[in-house]
Design a protein around this ligand. Structure first.
Ligand code: FAD
Ligand code: MLT
Ligand code: ZN
Length: 494
């Protein structure tokens, strides 16, 4: 299938042999070596969860999955692979959406889920140091009694690892308030492709001692090394959080609404998330959150979820109520309705309508996911143009594409354009690419706002990066991984 852009040259890599498995078994306990090769005897079906991605779109053929518990074990495994020129895929929670977390061929999967200990937490500074394999939600739960929260939140929080988040530079639902991981990650520990341990696990807020190497690994998607530990700054939990879902009669109102919401809510605005009508209907259809009544959504073309986080509940509620009143009372209202959460359960339920779109889409069909940065004013146009294009190719509805939807992070200029089909087919793929990438480039946008490049977009990098940038990226990859063993075929074609 051609949605692997990387029909990459793998000739330089060797397959795992029985001898390799024997060596792995001398480094790790038997339960941490899953292999269909002797002396291990794992059933091939047991490897399915490591070979196949969350969307069911990318399928690897690895014979061997390793689950180390310590940084030293990771280093020993990697050293062996380096010497033997065996490809490695670092894997966290395997929730990635661009095919980066599963093998393309038979690379060894190094899954970090056994590295799941919190190393330290300082409630005064809010600095958390944790193994890379800690699940995001567990970290949230760990620091909650200290009244701190993680600086990022995403729908995959129950499965994704902090190491995977850092490796993908995941954005998510809190970026508007807390910024990107390039700012909140203070240090990392990485095993380099030759097995060397790079210990940059500092907990310093300020450290201007030359090149900031850790930044290279944030968003490298496992192509430069395996992250084994992360030091991250966690903010204090807000005293009060509230949310409201706003129904809009027309997409054109989103921009002026954003301006007005920012103006009125100012410092307490913590999220401004967009879903178009079809995305909303799918979320409701697949049981994600409590839907609004028919009356409440009457005439709505799209929705915006606004969250506030602040220091005093009554103050924040007053501001939100004033906002709603002024929006609904305006001469030409930007919204047709607004539903304010009245309880913690309703707060979660409203969030589910937005956060649950990903899950709903996966229940509805097979998704072609385009995670793009384009000017906010073009969000609707990009979705409409894509839909029209598929219609002109005879692919819409009768022709296998069920829906074309848009949702995303308005405050970050990040649109998730999803094309939902009955099946993944070459015909749909060819209709979508390079069409969408050209469209994005025409707006001087980015073909990957937050999900990464993975196996999906290696061939398309030039739509968002100049030749000079790509040449430098190749040099960096060569410097760290001259044997090309670390997540081969992902991000950059050598
Ligand atoms: P994996 O999927 O296992 O891996 C992702 C990439 O990182 C791969 O290239 C892998 O090789 C590499 N990697 C993983 N762990 C390591 C490590 N320890 N060292 C080096 N490389 C490593 N993304 C967003 O940006 N924003 C969202 O809002 C968002 N929401 C999502 C909602 C859902 C329901 C799902 C399924 C996915 C979502 N994602 C989102 C995509 C995904 O990027 C994130 O889920 C997450 O950051 C990936 O973490 P993971 O542990 O699952 O990594
Ligand atoms: C989101 O914003 O919901 C995530 O990035 C996942 C997705 O794009 O579906
Ligand atoms: Zn997103």
């Amino acid at each position: 299938r051609r949605w692997h852009s990387a029909e990459a040259p793998f000739e330089h890599l060797n397959p795992v042999t029985e001898q390799d498995v024997q060596q792995f078994a001398s480094i790790l306990p038997p339960s941490s070596v899953l292999s269909t090769l002797p002396p291990s005897s794992t059933a091939a079906s047991e490897l399915d969860q490591y070979n196949n991605d969350w969307m069911g779109k990318y399928h690897g053929k690895s014979t061997t999955v390793l689950k180390p518990k310590t940084t030293q074990q990771v280093s020993d495994i990697v050293k062996l692979c380096w010497e033997r020129r065996v490809g490695i895929v670092p894997q966290g929670g395997n929730t990635g959406l661009v095919g980066g977390s599963v093998p393309i061929h038979d690379e060894v999967v190094v899954n970090l889920s056994n590295m799941n200990k919190v190393r330290s937490f300082d409630p005064v500074s809010g600095i958390l140091v944790a193994d890379a394999g800690c699940i995001l939600q567990s970290l949230t739960d760990y620091i909650a009694p200290h009244h701190h929260i993680m600086p990022l939140d995403l729908g995959a929080k129950g499965s994704c690892h902090i190491g995977g988040n850092v490796a993908t530079n995941a954005g998510g639902l809190r970026l508007l308030r807390y910024g990107s991981l390039h700012g909140s990650v203070l240090g990392i520990e990485v095993v380099l492709p030759d097995g060397t341990i790079l210990d940059q696990l500092t907990s310093l807020r300020k450290d201007n001692t030359g090149y900031d190497l850790k930044q290279l690994f944030i968003g490298a998607e496992g192509t430069l090394g395996i992250i084994t530990g992360v030091s991250i700054l966690t903010p204090p939990a807000p005293q009060a959080s509230n949310n409201v879902i706003l129904a809009l009669p027309h997409f054109d109102n989103v921009l002026p609404l954003y301006k007005e919401v920012k103006r009125q809510l100012s410092e307490i605005l913590s999220a401004f998330e967009f879903i178009d009508r079809t995305a909303y209907d799918l979320a409701v259809k697949h049981g994600q959150g409590r839907g609004l009544t028919e009356e409440e959504v009457d005439g709505a073309q799209c929705f915006v979820l606004v969250e506030t986080s602040g220091g005093r509940r009554d103050h924040d509620e007053e501001k939100l109520n004033d906002l709603l009143e002024s929006l609904l009372g305006a001469d030409q209202p930007l919204i047709t309705n607004g539903v304010l959460s009245q309880s913690p359960a309703q707060f979660s339920s409203l969030w589910s309508l937005r956060e649950g779109v990903t899950e709903a889409v996966s229940k509805e069909g097979k998704a072609y996911k385009y995670d793009i940065s384009v000017p906010l004013s073009t969000f609707k146009q990009v979705v409409d143009v894509t839909r029209d294009h598929l219609r002109s190719k005879g692919l819409l509805h009768d022709g296998a594409v069920k829906h074309v939807i848009g949702y995303g992070h308005v405050g970050d200029g990040n649109l998730h354009l999803n094309v939902i089909a009955e099946q993944y087919t070459d015909e749909i793929q060819d209709a979508l690419e390079p069409f969408i990438y050209e469209l994005v480039a025409s707006h001087r946008g980015s073909i990957s706002a937050e999900h990464g490049i993975g196996a999906m977009k290696t061939h398309a990098l030039h739509f968002s990066k100049s030749d000079v940038s790509i040449a430098l990226m190749k040099q960096i990859k060569q410097l760290f991984d001259p044997r090309g063993i670390m997540n081969p075929g992902k991000v950059i074609e050598l």
